[in-house]
Design a protein around this ligand. Structure first.
Ligand SMILES: Cc1cc2nc3c(=O)[nH]c(=O)nc-3n(C[C@H](O)[C@H](O)[C@H](O)COP(=O)(O)OP(=O)(O)OC[C@H]3O[C@@H](n4cnc5c(N)ncnc54)[C@H](O)[C@@H]3O)c2cc1C
Length: 391
């Protein structure tokens, strides 16, 4: 998509490019040091380490166009790894619902990337129907601690996390959305057991986490007891917006076109094949349409509004598009993609491709499964109510 960039926007884009170039990782460098230095340098640029944070918390206060430029440029740049759970997920909750003390206590470490967070929402019996969660938090008689017991599942990066933000049940007497309390606590303490789950793609990113009598000081509760559902819902919208990956898909699609051009088909290449080209064109059109939706979402965020139901459209379509790219990459590589574990056969892009392809199945499950997003869009965007349904 071409959006009209002003002279100032072009200047900003050049500045962003220059920053990425001058802070690029050099082979052989100490990666951990480079990573932290990168965030420090980005911070010194005026909040580039936390682009989506409001200005009052140190964010850069960019216009929607500047956010758009940043998204575009970061999709191409070599950025340090960064888990979404701290800066992108729990920080907005702490900013919105946390006390001043909690903001002062947690935000600096989140910003410095010196503490890794994980998200303890889903449970064996509570995924899409998250409000059915059962992990219990009971207040001690002296009112100083909660004692947490229960299990979480699919907890991404729990095995390296220092802290967890966790939904717990403090009251089961009312509606299931009531009586949920939002707690923060350290992962490396007695009573917490983390067990790996190896996924279809063969990787260890997700875990089960079991809590046995974990003591959590009341100061670690966000907001009011029993109001955690309200806070969690806000966070889900942030999570969904971040999962669409539009800029990354734009770069991946360009790459795929190039890759298809290297695969021989008849007298030409796969890129010349009308059937394959048709699939690429359909993908590109859908991606462009989604880009407009993302711009609307950026405009909302830049004017200080919380993400709305368009975050569900972004999540639904963005993750489907990522899967379609993975699928077409598989189609382009053909049987060369079948060997497991990066075997050296066929074009370079085929290596390790099966693992990525299988891993991409999860995109339409985490952050709220596609069927659930469709339900939200039906109700909150299209205004369709189920017959006789109350929720
Ligand atoms: C790789 C990965 C990483 C994850 N990371 C985390 C994490 O870090 N923290 C965390 O808390 N959770 C995490 N999750 C969990 C994720 O949020 C849940 O898997 C997801 O919400 C779906 O819940 P479920 O797995 O229990 O499936 P279920 O809710 O049992 O759903 C099963 C199927 O039924 C469909 N379905 C369910 N309800 C409805 C409905 N009302 N209408 C129509 N269809 C419906 C679903 O769409 C799905 O296809 C992760 C999951 C994966 C796969």
């Amino acid at each position: 998509m071409d959006i009209e960039l002003s002279a100032d926007d072009l200047k900003f884009r050049d500045e962003v490019r220059e920053f990425f170039q001058s802070h690029d990782y050099k082979p052989g460098e100490d990666y951990a040091k480079w990573r932290l230095d990168w965030f420090k340098a980005a911070r010194e640029k005026g909040g580039w380490d936390v682009p989506k944070w409001p200005q009052e918390f140190g964010g850069p206060g960019w216009s929607p166009t500047q956010h758009y430029i940043w998204e575009q440029e970061t999709a191409r740049a070599n950025l340090p790894w960064d888990l979404p759970f701290g800066v992108g997920m729990v920080a907005p909750i702490i900013m919105t619902y946390g006390s001043k003390e909690q903001q002062e206590r947690f935000l600096p470490d989140i910003r410095a990337r010196s503490v890794n967070w994980c998200q303890g929402y889903s449970e064996p019996g509570a995924g899409s129907d998250l409000a059915s969660l059962k992990t219990k938090a009971e207040l001690t008689e002296d009112g100083k601690h909660y004692v947490v017991n229960g299990s979480k599942i699919w907890t991404t990066m729990a095995h390296i996390a220092d802290w967890i933000f966790c939904l717990t049940r403090t009251d089961s007497s009312g509606k299931k959305q009531e009586g949920i309390t939002f707690l923060l606590f350290p992962m490396k303490q007695e009573g917490i057991e983390v067990k790996p789950i190896i996924t279809l793609g063969g990787s260890h990113t997700v875990n089960t986490v079991h809590f046995t009598d974990v003591k959590v000081p009341v100061e670690n509760r966000i907001g009011e007891e029993g109001k955690g559902w309200t806070y969690a819902k806000g966070l889900l919208a942030h999570e969904r917006t971040g999962l669409a990956g539009v800029s990354r898909s734009l770069v991946a699609l360009e790459k795929l076109k190039h890759q298809a051009g290297t695969v021989k088909r008849g007298n030409g290449s796969l890129f010349d094949d009308p059937s394959f080209r048709g699939k690429l064109a359909k993908l590109e059109v859908d991606l462009q349409a989604l880009e407009f939706t993302e711009l609307r979402s950026l405009a909302r965020a830049a004017s200080g509004q919380q993400p709305g139901p368009e975050s569900s459209i972004l999540k639904l379509k963005g993750t489907e598009i990522q899967q379609r790219i993975a699928h077409l990459t598989m189609e382009a590589a053909g049987p060369h993609m079948a060997p497991w574990g990066g075997v050296n056969a066929g074009p370079k892009f085929a290596r390790g491709g099966t693992q990525s392809y299988l891993g991409s199945r999860a995109y339409t499950i985490y952050g709220g499964a596609s069927e659930v997003q469709k339900d939200i869009i039906a109700k909150n965007v299209l205004g369709i109510r189920s017959q006789g349904g109350s929720n």
